[in-house]
Unconditional design. Structure first.
Length: 401
């Protein structure tokens, strides 16, 4: 849709074309610019006759008859229909607001209630003595009821053993008790004999006095001769054991332990074993003998064919000893001065099974256990104080027969 003024003329295209064909110099010479208007002069444009958009609250709309026909736009339809805007729907009339005045009610004053409110303001309401007694009695009754029901709750929470498990436990216990009593019955009444044997050993002045008192004395004469030394301070000291003879049972065999305090206040632990019908002292267990000292093992050398120490599980893995292949243990010296790292291959089922107790706990998992092991050097990348356990000779430090 196009709009045009009725009085406008079409552009003179021929005249404009001729002017374009004229030379530029001639056109520039004939051009005359208008004079520059000063600020004092009146504006060229006459704004009084122009009709614009005015935003006011009270605007009187001119009728079509008052409009200048020369200024009206002629609407021509080019293609399609012509859409004309209709006048807006007049807004509804405003309803005047009705204001109703109501009289405010008067408050009747009560001198007694006002005075009581002033006195009790900010104070808590007092509870009656009867309600306090009722509450105390209820609490006491509840506590007594809970104490009375406590044994019942514990009996419900305690798991009931299965019949099959109880039967197996009874059979195993009976068999173990028979073997244990048979092995431990030898040590009944042997306490005085053990005390005399220990006293003779500690007061011995030569190796010939020691050999008859220990297990396999003649076969161990060379080893005992290299390590045994007489205790000179005990020559005039009367030995008094600290405790009575303790008897332990391991794998259908039993052994006894007797503790005594030496003059230097150190504790000497003597191991006793049964050899035929005789009670003898186990020298290797009592002296905590190892084929190599822990000082040598820490340095990475020494004969590690028979090492006694305290065994406990540990987590110390290196590139040479990966956790996926080995289980790590810590072997502590009997005097707690040195320790080394020991490893067992996880795929060595025969060796791993010897470390498992009957209660499915591994040796050294809860507390250090006494063991006697055979060690070997590991890979070349291993540290000097890292050894591989090749054999568990026996639990504890005594070899039972």
């Amino acid at each position: 849709m196009k709009s045009k003024s009725p009085g406008s003329k079409p552009p003179e295209s021929d005249t404009h074309q001729d002017s374009l064909n004229e030379p530029v110099d001639q056109w520039a010479s004939e051009t005359v610019l208008p004079l520059r208007r000063s600020l004092a002069n009146e504006s060229v444009a006459d704004h009084t006759k122009q009709i614009g958009l005015r935003i006011e609250s009270n605007v009187e709309r001119q009728s079509q008859s008052d409009e200048d026909p020369a200024l009206r736009l002629e609407i021509q339809e080019i293609n399609g229909s012509t859409m004309r805007l209709e006048e807006a729907i007049p807004s509804p009339e405003k309803v005047p607001r009705v204001v109703v005045f109501r009289e405010k009610g008067t408050r009747v004053k009560n001198p007694k209630s006002d005075q009581a409110a002033d006195e009790t303001w900010g104070k808590s309401k007092k509870q009656s003595l009867r309600w306090m007694l009722y509450n105390g009695g209820g609490v006491i009754a509840l506590v007594v009821l809970m104490i009375a029901l406590l044994p019942l709750v514990r009996s419900i929470q305690r798991p009931t053993p299965k019949l099959k498990e109880v039967k197996l436990q009874i059979d195993t216990k009976t068999e173990n008790e028979e073997n244990e009593l048979g092995a431990m019955s030898f040590f009944i009444g042997k306490e005085k004999e053990a005390m005399g044997l220990l006293d003779r050993y500690l007061h011995a002045s030569s190796i010939d006095d020691v050999i008859p008192l220990v297990v396999d004395g003649e076969s161990q004469r060379e080893i005992i001769g290299r390590h045994w030394k007489p205790l000179k301070d005990l020559q005039s000291h009367q030995l008094k054991p600290d405790e009575s003879l303790e008897v332990y049972h391991v794998d259908d065999a039993a052994y006894g332990i007797l503790r005594a305090t030496l003059p230097d206040q150190s504790i000497y632990i003597a191991y006793f074993a049964k050899l035929g019908d005789r009670l003898l002292l186990d020298w290797k267990a009592s002296s905590k003998y190892s084929s190599a000292s822990f000082e040598e093992l820490v340095a990475g050398h020494g004969d590690a064919s028979e090492v006694r120490g305290k065994f406990t599980i540990f987590n110390y893995y290196t590139y040479a000893w990966p956790e996926s292949v080995y289980q790590c243990f810590r072997l502590i010296s009997p005097d707690n001065d040195y320790s080394i790292w020991c490893y067992i291959r996880r795929d060595d089922q025969a060796l791993m099974s010897k470390l498992i107790f009957q209660n499915s706990e591994m040796l050294g998992s809860t507390s250090p256990d006494l063991v006697t092991v055979r060690l070997e050097r590991g890979p070349s990348e291993a540290l000097p104080n890292q050894w591989q356990i090749k054999q568990l000779l026996h639990r504890d430090w005594i070899k039972l027969r």
